[in-house]
Design a protein around this ligand. Sequence first.
Ligand SMILES: *Cc1c(COP(=O)(O)O)cnc(C)c1O
Length: 444
Amino acid sequence: MADMTDELGIRRGHALRAAVEQGLAGQAEPVVGLLDIAGIAGSAKALKAAFATPGVAITHTFAVKAASLVPVLGLLAECGLGAEVASPGELALARAAGVPAERTVLDSPAKTVAELREALALGIAVNADNPEELARIDRLRDTAPAGSPVGLRVNPQVGGGSIGAMSTATASSKFGVALRDPGATEWVLDAYARRPWLNRLHTHTGSQGVPLELMAAGVRAAYDLAERINAAAGRQQVEALDIGGGLPVNFGSDEVTPSFADYADLLRAEVPGLFDGRYGIVTEFGRSLLAKNGTVLARVEYAKSAGGRPIAVTHAGAQVATRTVFVPDSWPIRVLALDAKGVEKGGEPVVQDVAGPCCFAGDLVAKGRALPLLESGDHVALLDTGAYYFSNHFAYNSLPRPAVYGYRVPRDGEVEFAQVRAAQTEEELLAESGAGFPALRLQG
Ligand SMILES: *Cc1c(COP(=O)(O)O)cnc(C)c1O
């Protein structure tokens, strides 16, 4: 593993320097997102290897919200992964990337009738969130083809992790059927008994901040329930367990910990029946597949000082690192100080703030961080930002969505970049901001 960790950092170093040298980040485009193509493929491979079990059908889907970029979904599809989608837009992205229907899962908590109808028509898997949605599916199934696997999402209520907003298995989480509520388990058993076509069961116990043991406890609860449903049916009615995603990411170093193997091994110990061949397994990892394979590269526009504190004003702030800026204690990220050529700076660490371009005081990606002193014309790299950062733009100050590039680092030779997304143009920005409509008037 040490080798792979080193390689990730080495490839990233080459890519950062090449991105500056080739002008991907510079005067014209002061901030870009970079993705390590070999790294992404490596993460997908590690995931598949961790869960692979003879005789068990496993479908790994990628949670599209973690990197809603069509060429990335295409790469993951090439690697054999599918897509977990939670909106019509995400479904459209997955389809545009060529993700096959049998590897697509629709999971949103607020699916409309039209979305459900489309999903059933396409034959993609649907996980119902609640009793009302299940009743809608009952009605739609009268006319829809019967190809879609359908499951019910349950909330095992095993508890939360260190980040409240990421904890989906608390007593009152908004997701799924809350299993420990009075009468809920009985209701679920009855719901399956009445619907012989209900053939999956889904849980997603949380994301960043949820410990592995809690995730495994959530899967265990879903497995136990599936066993009860199947015993009552006298057959393998629940054919597959969808265990969600949520593997946390280490934002403190290049080390991948916990790994997919750590989690799969824990599941084999805690829920051995899941791997004995009776159940198919569906997974929905997002952050853990992409985070460490992405970097934001931004130019330092100015260096200044206030109240004795040096401040580097860069082009990467809340528009690309929204969670880090607004909830810094839960989402700290590593920042590298790079020189004007994109090479990591040496020099005595100086406690400084690394600020973004947004017009509010809290727009800092690092506060009081000891780094080689940043100067105007330097660059900063925000590490581990491949998931949920530059793919989930926040349109504050009408700052454009930055361009995104994938990179390949040949053993010897130049770094190659492949464009994933163009930077948002001023025309697009104007159109999105209603520039095509006349000014509002007091009288019509
Ligand atoms: C967000 C989400 C995921 C992915 O979570 P990660 O923490 O990125 O792995 C998977 N399943 C569902 C239902 C989700 O909402």
